[in-house]
Design a protein around this ligand. Structure first.
Ligand SMILES: [Mn+2]
Length: 522
């Protein structure tokens, strides 16, 4: 396996090299000055060539050849303790076990493999390369792992129990070149998704970015596995990302057009959510319509309301190819919830709108891949963006776990969690008013138990009332029998005492011996 990969890399390099020679402008052949490339002659792009003779030319994608040595294939748990808080332990995604080669995924029958990809050259504002590290980081305070991981309250489903999930490490990235990186990332995504499990499903890659250039290799990599045109895309974003500004065919704002142009995803299977601000413009909207895009701008959401639009998106997700990919640009959320991103745009979704939609898409549709991009944690010392990003990923994991358990009803919520306004105790007496929510049927035993409970409370209350009336009558009789003192002291006007701790106490609350202390202070 490793041998094959190394040969592949060598072949690829050889091809690039020979192609470059053929086209001339990519390889410097000036005899006097090896690296000079400017001024470029007419018709030749003024590109600074790469030095392929440099021994570090491919260093960024050099893979160790002993990843499987001396061990059985399968996920490797690197944590010493079964559980702990988020900032403890060895940093992996959600403190999960690690898998290094496809054989590990197969041996462990892994449902979801989470990988990092720290692309950061696809936009002017850098910072998205730190996304994977904040997810794994030991400063991550959100929730726990291992023995102490808990079920998601809305559904009472715990994805970390229902699914086998691993940290698959990072894709190789040349941090100076998006163009060089995307092809390697594509192979890496396809490597994960290409592993077929015993139940006929494939491993689901979750890619944590990284800037949005990533979505091109993510989706193209899945198309390599499932076939061109067989993967639909739900694209959460403030921006439509189908421009090719300054002639770049690959950037965080160009990947959509590239996927369409190369035929990986037909436009009608592209559904965009959350567009707003200034981008796309009229011409771009026309292009989207010509290509059959379905899109839901914030303007539409403001007019029709989130629930109506959410139902449309769920329906559209099912009206397409068998497989679905979700690309979640964290800037689709309002900057109030995501200050840590490269291109913030006011007026976005709230977490309470995005969470249920992501969860529902992952539960009610056949999601075969997911990426979360544009998280730039260094721009947000308040940790808000990382927190919401973490929760978005968890919502999809919960959805996939729900699907595996068969909880694929529309907008499923746990009957224990939701009482639809009736309160927890009374839920058995209420019919669900809006949506079909599964309930336990009310039993006769439950009704008898409730009757006895109410009767008991009634008797107790009556007995208490009788006792209080009797006691008050007795007290008033006693008081009338006592003579009234002629010079009684006024009640509770004693001075306060300052204690050593600075706490002020009324002297009448102290024991008798404090009377001497009070005398000394005075
Ligand atoms: Mn965006």
């Amino acid at each position: 396996m490793r041998h094959v990969r190394n040969v592949g890399i060598l072949l690829a390099v050889a091809l690039i090299f020979s192609g470059g020679t053929a086209f001339g402008q990519f390889v410097d052949d000036t005899p006097d000055s090896k690296y000079e490339s400017a001024p470029a002659p007419p018709g030749v792009e003024p590109t600074i060539p790469l030095n392929r003779d440099d021994p570090t030319y491919d260093l960024w994608k050099l893979i160790r050849d002993d990843l499987s040595e001396g061990r059985d294939p399968g996920p490797i748990n690197v944590q010493r303790f079964p559980g702990g808080l988020g900032f403890m332990g060895i940093p992996t995604f959600f403190k999960l076990p690690v898998a290094l080669v496809p054989e590990d995924l197969e041996a462990g029958q892994v449902d979801v493999a989470i990988m990092g990809a720290y692309t950061d050259m696809g936009l002017g504002a850098r910072g998205a390369s730190r996304g994977p590290s904040v997810f794994r980081g030991t400063s991550e305070p959100y929730l726990t792992w291992g023995a102490f991981s808990m079920a998601h309250m809305h559904t009472l489903v715990n994805p970390f129990e229902e699914l086998t999930i691993v940290d698959y490490g990072d894709a190789p990235v040349d941090f100076l070149s998006t163009e060089r990186s995307v092809h390697e990332i594509r192979k890496y995504v396809a490597e994960i998704a290409g592993v077929e499990l015993e139940n006929g499903e494939h491993v689901i890659p979750f890619i944590i970015g990284g800037d949005h250039s990533l979505a091109y290799p993510d989706i193209a990599g899945l198309a390599d596995v499932y076939g061109k045109g067989n993967v639909g895309v739900i694209h959460f974003d403030a921006h439509y990302d189908a421009t090719q500004a300054m002639g770049h065919l690959m950037s965080h704002g160009a990947w959509v057009k590239r996927l369409i142009d190369e035929g990986h995803v037909p436009g009608k299977n592209f559904i965009q959510v959350g567009l707003r601000g200034y981008y796309p413009d009229a011409e771009s909207f026309e292009w989207m319509r010509q290509n059959g895009f379905r899109y839901h701008t914030m303007a539409e959401i403001e007019r029709r309301g989130w629930d109506a639009v959410m139902e449309d998106i769920i329906r559209e997700a099912k009206d397409g190819p068998e497989y679905l990919f979700i690309s979640f640009d964290i800037d689709v959320l309002d900057p109030a919830y995501t200050p840590g991103t490269g291109t913030p745009e006011p007026g976005g979704l709230t977490p309470r709108e995005a969470f249920p939609l992501v969860r529902r898409l992952c539960a009610e549709s056949n999601v075969v891949g997911f990426d979360l991009v544009e998280l730039a944690p260094d721009r947000d010392p308040g940790y808000i963006t990382a927190l919401n990003s973490n929760r978005i990923v968890r919502e999809c994991l919960v959805g996939i776990a729900m699907r595996k358990k068969g909880l694929t009803d529309e907008h499923y919520l746990s009957p224990l969690t939701v009482s639809d306004g009736a309160g927890g105790v009374a839920q058995n007496r209420m019919e669900p008013p809006i949506r079909a929510v599964e309930r336990e049927p009310a039993t006769n035993q439950t009704n008898y138990a409730m009757s006895f409970l109410f009767a008991g409370w009634f008797l107790l209350g009556a007995a208490l009332t009788v006792s209080i009336v009797w006691f008050r009558n007795t007290r008033s009789r006693d008081r009338q029998a006592q003579p009234v003192a002629p010079f009684a002291a006024p009640p509770s006007s004693e001075p306060a005492v300052e204690t050593s701790g600075g706490q002020r106490l009324q002297s009448r609350t102290l024991p008798r011996k404090t009377e001497s202390v009070e005398a000394r202070i005075c």
